[in-house]
Write a protein that binds this ligand. Structure first.
Ligand SMILES: [Zn+2]
Length: 1002
């Protein structure tokens, strides 16, 4: 086979690997020096400091004011961060009281010796402070700002925090706001979106308790950080790197001029070319050290971490991350990297430092990756978060792909993002962080879809060119502020490709991708070779190069690549041998949402589906094919006898083409009417969510059936409303049109079915609400239509009618409260329903006392027909619903009903793995006021009160992918025992009765 790299030909000739002259011409960044002296008072958690900031204006603009971040003020009530949390239903910093919340307060401030007062332009948020300059600062001029301040981290950790003698000082000092080509980036801190800082030199002198152990940005040039005393290996000679910066910029100050109280020590750190200074303190830290080339790796962990962090484990992983990043980008420019076990879980990156909640290699790669992507290649994190989060997630996935050939770092995120794209939840990857709908959307777009952006770039340019792009990007932009434009420029100049459309669409839009293969012709040439032409059709807005290769899964040959831009394109390629069946994007790299139109057509298209034997409890899905599962079915009922059949169900992506076809036939039934139907095979067909009808956040279905004495059809459309894909509070609406008529009464329980039919339309609304302590569900259905009797074989109707209109409505509200950490559950449900019509309702449309109505039971073959496995004289199955008086018999129903169900459940066991999940015991009581048509009144009124009560045992089982609740309950008390479901024990009010169910009670 010949590999014809249509576009890659151009790539190969591009001057990769050599540095292409800088597009950094005209780039500037401000010059900043911090000289900080600070003292930590542990009992109050307050650090008090004085900073001298020397600021030189390297911009071409004259500045009239000066800004600093006071980030710690985000973690207190009234901040923009806290208010955004509250908007999203999360109670965090708005609920903290003194002394738990964080703060950062300026005590005194001056500029060039003139006292100035800070202004807070986003008040009441105070994460940004502005100082008007006494005199404007012209280009090239410098000024000196002195600020004295107090800082306290919050006890609720979030990227910073304090806990006893542990302090994660991630933010703690007045940090100069970046002034760049877009002006002052004075941006308050929100939960979504992080930091942006000026590259600077930091000279930090700290007055600390003598036994504190500290890890920080930079190197300790004076004093003892406590590493030798807390070294895991007491014999190790700690490399403090005191001489790394030689004769550093600030000669004055430092520990020599500090007056220390007893029990205190002075430690002075120094760093250059970093845009932030972080530190973490804990007297219990254990210290380990390693090295990658000239870079010293320091790990500080807790004594109880020894097994997971110690023995060189985290040192080795941190070194491995540095090795990988050195290979990918270039040498680490700083002297050291410190990895500490912080208070909070997760991880956060700082220059020369990562604060991690765990020791995993994936987390270390991601956060150390940020030392390059954010630390050295310093993007504006709240404006273009994908340049650090998406990028670092991508390099982490690439690492695992390189190391473990079977690792797929692309497929999982790609499918997850596709679902958000298909449901219109996606927002552009490059967007100001607080403009995202909510935190969940922000992190999905910036991390996951941002990661995919880099995977797509790698797919477009190829691995080798991608590596060249990363190295050139680093060579050109290290220790500078980077933007999308910088990356685009490097990627285009290294690859020789025009990547503007790709960048524009992936980063600033949310298009879908869909390519379809059109006409294919193969022609043998005079020399015996083959020329093939392939029509490539673009059906969606997204444009990305498309590979054309073989459709065979065991052959990865790619013949050519289409640009993917025109709506219709014809690509020609030559091969030595005749190419087999073709497929667009056979490696599944274009984010094409619909692979069902990518294969060259053939006559028996169902052969493209992945066929399997259905296990019933697991339904796999595939990205590139419909999965069809077939299985035999067998059940029983009185009229049909042993009923055998088959079911086929299919799906694409687990959400489209979820069709089902059933056929079945009773083979041992001896009912005369069944025989007179002569050779009937029952069938049911369901078309659900056809992919060609794709409508975001909605589901459609069409059902047709002729099954066990009933014939019908249903058409439904359901749609979902919620604020975001992570929002547990959901409203679903469904409109359904349904027709159902009885055809053969031999199958039917006469208590639940009369010979007749209905045609109706109904609207159902369901609200689900979840809070930390409770789950609520509200449901309401209303509708109506016509009911009619099939007169010719009518047997039971007292008042015959041909056709009459009716209306029907039901509503319920249910809640489950969780107490004592979920070990007690209190459940309550209220229900009311009514039927409106001139005559009494057909039995199947009455409002049932006990549970599901006849139409709801029809879906389940185990309770569908008379004599079915759960519809037998000795089996008492409860199908929940409607009045839900579980002690009463199915088929009791009237024109109206109002009921109340109450349960108290004690959870004895709760597991999240294994086949047996939960075990609980329950006591319950159900009560109703019913139409005397359902159960005759004991007096002569039209209202019949009904009560049942009892206790039971519940198991929550997990079988394959199915959650199976098993209930065995004992409705010992039934107030009208003659109407109880289970009357085998006798007919007193109090009797031993049991029931079982494979569904939750409500
Ligand atoms: Zn990250």
């Amino acid at each position: 086979m010949i590999w014809l790299p249509a576009l890659l030909g151009a790539v190969a000739s591009a001057p990769v690997g050599t540095s292409i002259d800088a597009d950094t011409a005209g780039y500037w960044q401000q010059e900043v020096h911090y000289q900080i002296v600070a003292r930590l008072d542990e009992p109050t958690g307050v650090l008090s400091g004085r900073v001298l900031i020397r600021y030189t204006n390297r911009s071409p603009d004259t500045l009239a004011d000066f800004y600093v971040h006071l980030y710690l003020n985000a973690f207190r009530p009234g901040s923009r961060w806290a208010d955004r949390d509250s908007l999203e239903g999360l109670r965090r910093f708005n609920d903290l009281a003194d002394p738990d919340y964080a703060y950062e307060r300026i005590r005194r401030s001056s500029i060039d010796g003139v006292t100035v007062r800070p202004e807070f332009p986003y008040a009441p948020d105070s994460t940004i402070a502005r100082f008007p300059l006494p005199t404007p600062l012209a280009p090239g001029e410098s000024l000196e700002v002195v600020i004295e301040w107090d800082a306290r981290p919050s006890t609720l950790p979030r990227r910073q925090g304090r806990q006893g003698r542990r302090f994660d000082f991630a933010q703690w000092y007045p940090r100069v706001v970046v002034y760049d080509r877009l002006g002052w980036q004075a941006h308050p801190l929100y939960p979504a979106g992080e930091f942006y800082g000026e590259f600077a030199a930091y000279d930090v002198t700290l007055d600390l308790p003598e036994d504190q152990v500290i890890g920080a940005t930079g190197v300790p040039i004076e004093g003892d950080p406590g590493w030798t005393r807390r070294a895991a290996d007491p014999g190790v000679a700690v490399d403090h790197q005191r001489g790394w910066y030689g004769d550093h910029a600030f000669r004055g100050g430092g520990c020599r001029v500090m007056a220390l109280a007893a029990g205190r020590k002075c430690v002075r750190f120094y760093a250059e070319d970093v845009h932030h200074f972080a530190m973490s303190l804990n007297p219990d830290y254990v210290y380990e050290e390693g090295r990658f080339n000239d870079v010293v790796v320091r790990v500080l962990y807790l004594p109880q971490d020894r097994e997971r962090w110690g023995g060189g484990t985290v040192v080795a992983r941190t070194v491995e991350a540095l090795r990988w990043l050195d290979e990918l980008f270039g040498p680490f420019p700083w002297p050291q990297l410190t990895n500490v076990h912080r208070i909070e879980g997760g991880g956060t990156e700082f220059p020369m430092m990562v604060m991690n909640g765990g020791p995993s290699l994936g987390l270390i790669l991601h956060e150390v990756g940020h030392n390059y992507l954010m630390g050295i290649l310093a993007n504006n994190e709240w404006r273009e978060g994908f340049l650090d989060e998406g990028f670092s997630s991508f390099q982490t996935a690439w690492y695992f792909e390189e190391r473990f050939p079977d690792f797929d770092g692309y497929g999982g995120p790609e499918r997850f993002v596709l679902y958000q794209d298909l449901d219109d939840w996606s927002e552009p990857v490059s967007q100001v962080s607080e403009d995202y709908r909510d935190f969940g959307t922000y992190s999905t777009m910036v991390y996951t879809k941002g990661q995919l952006f880099f995977h797509q770039l790698r797919y477009i340019v190829g691995d080798e060119v991608m590596r060249a792009i990363l190295r050139e990007y680093y060579a050109r932009w290290k220790l500078k502020h980077v933007t999308e434009a910088a990356l685009l420029d490097v990627a285009q100049s290294v690859s020789g490709l025009d990547l503007r459309t790709f960048f524009g669409q992936w980063l600033h839009g949310t298009p879908l991708y869909d390519y379809a293969i059109g006409k294919v012709t193969r022609r043998q040439m005079a020399d015996g070779s083959w020329e093939t032409s392939v029509e490539v059709r673009r059906l969606a807005d997204g444009m990305i190069p498309v590979e054309i290769g073989t459709a065979r899964e065991d052959d990865r040959t790619v013949y050519a690549r289409a640009s993917g831009r025109p709506e219709r394109d014809v690509v020609r390629f030559r091969t030595a041998e005749r190419p087999g069946r073709l497929m667009l994007d056979p490696r599944l790299r274009t984010h094409d949402w619909n692979y069902l139109n990518n294969r060259e057509r053939r006559f028996l298209s169902f052969l493209d589906e992945a066929w399997r034997l259905d296990t019933y409890v697991h339904e796999p899905t595939r990205r590139d094919r419909v999965v069809s599962s077939a299985a035999p079915t067998v059940w029983y009922n009185d009229a049909g006898g042993l009923t055998i059949g088959a079911r086929v169900r299919s799906n694409y992506l687990g959400r489209f083409d979820q069709h089902e076809a059933w056929i079945s036939r009773g083979i041992t039934g001896d009912d005369p009417i069944t025989e007179s139907d002569g050779g009937w095979v029952d069938g049911r067909l369901r078309i659900r969510n056809p992919h060609w009808l794709r409508v975001p956040r909605s589901a459609q279905s069409l059902d047709l059936w002729m099954l066990e004495g009933r014939t019908g059809a249903a058409l439904s459309w359901e749609w979902e409303r919620r604020r975001s894909f992570t929002d547990p509070n959901t409203r679903r609406d469904r409109v359904a049109l349904q027709w159902m008529v009885t055809r053969n009464m031999a199958f039917l329980d006469p208590a639940q079915w009369e010979n007749g039919g209905t045609g109706e339309i109904a609207h159902t609304t369901r609200w689900d609400r979840a809070t930390a302590r409770a789950q609520w569900r509200f449901m309401a259905t209303y509708g109506g239509g016509i009911a009619y009797a099939a007169r010719d074989v009518g047997q039971r109707l007292e008042r015959r009618y041909d056709v009459e209109p009716f209306g029907r409505a039901t509503g319920s509200a249910a809640v489950r409260w969780f107490a004592a950490g979920g070990s007690w559950v209190l459940g309550a449900r209220m229900f009311a329903g009514g039927y409106l019509g001139e005559n009494v309702p057909l039995a199947q449309r009455a409002i049932p006392v006990d549970g599901a109505d006849a139409y709801e039971r029809f879906d389940n073959p185990l309770i569908r027909s008379r004599g079915a496995p759960f519809v037998r004289a000795d089996v008492f199955y409860h199908a929940p619903g409607n009045g839900n008086l579980r002690g009463y018999a199915p088929g009791l129903g009237g024109r109206w009903l109002a009921s109340l169900n109450v349960e108290v459940e004690r959870v004895l066991r709760h597991a999240t793995r294994g086949p047996l999940r939960d075990v609980s015991v329950v006591v319950f009581g159900d009560g109703a006021l019913a139409d005397s048509l359902a159960v005759p009144s004991t007096g002569d009124g039209a209202v019949t009160p009904l009560i049942d009560a009892g206790a039971g045992v519940r198991l929550a089982l997990r079988i394959g992918d199915l959650d199976v609740p098993l209930r065995v309950e004992f409705p010992i008390l039934v107030s009208r025992p003659a109407y109880a479901h289970n009357r085998r024990g006798g007919t007193d009010v109090i009797e031993f009765r049991w029931l079982m169910s494979l569904e939750r009670s409500f």
